[in-house]
Design a protein around this ligand. Structure first.
Ligand SMILES: [Zn+2]
Ligand SMILES: [Zn+2]
Length: 412
């Protein structure tokens, strides 16, 4: 019953967020689901077994280690190549997941191309995993064989620091274990979701209700939670005017989620061809933020801006769009060699704030899944085969994704 949003969880939210309005909204999600009765309860109940044939094929694997294959980079320049490897044997709290889908995030490209740091190769990226549990460790209590699950950017953390204790493992003071490219607890390096199989501690696994096609689950695990967390943190809701900068994987989810929260959404995109889509996703206003475009008529019009663009761009154009005391929150992360610049007077003029935010905690990710279920929100996806990853990366960089590529593991 991991995914059920209980009143207790809503109370916990009071402790984990600074703004009580946020908690109230979390409670509204909870009560709305409860009020919707058995149908809604069904959305969040543990799921029956799915993909029985897949389970049949893997039932003799026992406790592992488990054979897996994935698409690995062997250098930051290189194309992806098939790599056969093993996932670790089940620990007491581990679940073994037969992966069916994995979203392609721009962060995968930043990691793979070493835009952020030196990486260890071979490297399998991917942190928007979705699949079905095929084996569980002896102490697993939240999942069973057949559970439909997702895994995002983290697979472990220290569990005892302040942020971990308050459900914000993404800010673990002792360093969390990322889904790929991180040193795992056994000393090996984690490998991500562009692969057929994974073994993950159940505390870092998200329950996916039956209402979701599993192909839609992955993009909630990074793109969805990365925008949901700051939208809640900065009290986005009815009466608020919210700017979403960039209409890609994150931006299209931010538009849908902010609109569902009741905010009036303005999308700023450099691609005029995306304007119609932006409105379909819930934007009331679309600003084509082309080089040199005059934005002066939108000055001091927004209560919050969520900037999802994953490369260097001109923030000085965006800050004047904020009302006094409002915040520009950047969640898109560009190359470390190309930092943003903010002039000395930019924030002073209207006492505006510059902020950032990193994915979301496990509890909040589960809450996001409930929110998307309640509001019928799904990512816009294009399925690709394993062999299509290099082509998809090129399209993501060239802003041609509409709006998330999702690898279908059944399709080589
Ligand atoms: Zn990501
Ligand atoms: Zn911690």
């Amino acid at each position: 019953m991991k995914s059920k949003l209980t009143n207790r969880q809503a109370e916990d939210d009071l402790g984990s967020h600074e703004n009580t309005n946020l908690s109230r909204r979390g409670f509204m999600v909870t009560t709305a689901l409860a009020a919707a009765g058995a149908g809604a309860a069904g959305l969040l109940a543990p799921s029956p077994a799915e993909g029985a044939s897949g389970i049949e094929k893997t039932k003799n694997l026992g406790q592992g280690p488990f054979p897996a294959e994935g698409m690995a980079l062997y250098s930051s320049q290189g194309p992806h190549k098939l790599m056969k490897f093993q996932r670790r044997a089940l620990g007491p709290k581990d679940v073994a997941i037969k992966l069916q889908y994995c979203g392609v995030c721009h962060s995968d490209i930043h990691h793979g191309r070493e835009h952020w740091r030196k990486e260890n190769f071979p490297l399998i990226t991917g942190h928007e995993l979705a699949g079905v549990v095929v084996a569980v460790g002896s102490s697993v209590s939240k999942f069973k064989v057949g559970s439909r699950v997702g895994v995002g950017c983290m697979v472990n953390s220290c569990r005892h620091c302040g942020p971990c204790q308050s459900g914000m493992e993404q800010y673990c003071e002792n360093g969390n274990v990322l889904t790929y490219g991180s040193k795992d607890r056994d000393g090996s390096m984690t490998q991500g979701g562009y692969s057929t199989f994974n073994v993950v501690d159940e505390d870092f696994v998200i329950d996916i209700p039956d209402v979701f096609d599993l192909a839609h689950a992955g993009p909630m695990m990074c793109a969805g939670i990365t925008v949901y967390s700051p939208l809640r943190r900065w009290s986005v809701g009815p009466g608020k005017k919210v700017g979403v900068v960039g209409l890609g994987g994150l931006g299209h989810m931010a538009t849908k989620i902010a609109a569902a929260m009741g905010a009036e959404v303005t999308v700023l995109t450099t691609s005029s061809a995306k304007a119609e889509d932006a409105r379909r996703f819930g934007a009331k206003t679309v600003i084509v933020n082309a080089q040199g475009a005059d934005l002066s008529k939108y000055r001091r019009s927004l209560d919050f801006i969520l900037d999802t663009v994953p490369y260097q761009h001109d923030l000085e154009r965006l800050i004047p769009l904020l009302k006094m005391d409002s915040t520009l929150c950047v969640v898109g992360v560009g190359k470390t060699t190309e930092p943003h610049q903010i002039g000395p007077f930019s924030l002073l003029r209207d006492r505006t704030s510059f902020a950032s935010s990193q994915i979301g905690g496990i509890r909040e990710t589960q809450e996001l899944v409930g929110f998307c279920a309640l509001h019928g929100i799904r990512p816009e996806i294009t399925k690709i085969p394993m062999s299509g990853i290099d082509g998809a990366w090129t399209k993501v960089v060239e802003k041609e994704a509409r709006y998330r590529f999702v690898i279908d593991m059944a399709n080589a």
